[in-house]
Design a protein around this ligand. Structure first.
Ligand SMILES: NC(=O)c1ccc[n+]([C@@H]2O[C@H](COP(=O)([O-])OP(=O)(O)OC[C@H]3O[C@@H](n4cnc5c(N)ncnc54)[C@H](OP(=O)(O)O)[C@@H]3O)[C@@H](O)[C@H]2O)c1
Length: 262
């Protein structure tokens, strides 16, 4: 009986037979996503610009018995995105799960926001998820099953100084998540967003070194600490798994309670 119940739980979260493509998988949240999805049985395709780091992650996954493929792509340019889509098509790759995770921030003050800086952040954080998803949806639609997870942020819900293009891109990805959910649900594809709080990765090294920011985290996050990429593993697996069968258009906030309290 206990074994049967465990099998039910396993079925809810098993990704056996599924292929997941994760952008920005050369480190941070993307690499952690690849690890948990591979642990749940998915074959994973890791995308980023730094092929050495991707190969290292892929080798680590293969050593633990998973199937992993590393592909270099610069998603910040239209040509880079098109080259990736062409390479996937040529290799016959048609992922069931897409995690749009690659992202960047420009910490310019309002007066210093430049047009190139703005375009770069919007291009990677918003435009790339839109058109990569558009390219990969036909195969999910044909199968009648798919999962798209957009990595947003608590800055999809709140504003912050010195993060104008980033905050705009994350609010926009929340809107895009909802509009995708509205249109793709009929094809069996669930589209959701994960909104992490402050998670210790390379994107916020400068904040980790700022004692004042550390004090703010301790004061404002009920769990009184930074998040670690491991804290996102369960929520990410949920959004990618059969367990998310009726979760669509949802913003899953994982921030230690920071935005839930005053
Ligand atoms: N850490 C946090 O506190 C936090 C909170 C909320 C949301 N997020 C979001 O989580 C996502 C992942 O961030 P992270 O914290 O894991 O940061 P990270 O460690 O800096 O990782 C960013 C990833 O994006 C890839 N990337 C950057 N530019 C790229 C490009 N032009 N083409 C392809 N890949 C590119 C990087 O790889 P390469 O350099 O090898 O290309 C890297 O794998 C981002 O969308 C970020 O906004 C993070």
């Amino acid at each position: 009986m206990a074994t049967e119940r465990l099998a039910e739980i396993d079925a809810l979260f098993s990704l056996a037979g599924r292929t997941a493509l994760i952008t920005g998988a050369s480190g941070g949240i993307g690499a952690a996503t690849a690890r948990v999805l591979a642990a749940a049985g998915a074959r994973v395709i890791l995308i980023a610009r730094n092929l050495d780091r991707l190969e290292e992650e892929a080798a680590h996954l293969r050593a633990s018995g998973a199937e992993a493929l590393a592909l270099r792509a610069d998603l910040g340019t239209e040509q880079g995105l098109e080259a990736l889509v062409a390479a996937l098509a040529a290799a016959g790759e048609a992922p069931d799960i897409l995690v749009n995770n690659a992202g960047m921030i420009d910490r310019a003050a309002f007066d210093d926001v430049s047009r190139p800086g703005w375009d770069e952040v919007i291009g990677l954080n918003l435009t790339a998820p839109m058109f990569l998803t558009q390219a990969l949806i036909p195969a999910m639609r044909a199968r009648g099953w798919g999962r798209v997870v957009n990595i947003a942020s608590i800055l999809a819900l709140q504003g912050k100084k010195n993060a104008h293009s980033y905050t705009a891109s994350k609010h926009a990805i929340a809107g895009l998540t909802r509009s995708m959910a509205a249109e793709l649900g009929q094809d069996g594809v669930c589209v959701n967003a994960l909104c992490p709080g402050y998670i210790r990765t390379e994107i916020n090294t400068v904040l980790q070194q700022d004692a004042g920011f550390g004090a703010m985290i301790a004061a404002r996050v009920p769990l009184q600490r930074w998040g670690e990429t491991a804290d996102l593993a369960g929520p990410l697996l949920l959004l990618c798994s059969p367990a998310a069968s009726y979760l669509n258009g949802h913003m899953l906030v994982v921030d230690g309670g920071m935005t839930a309290v005053h």
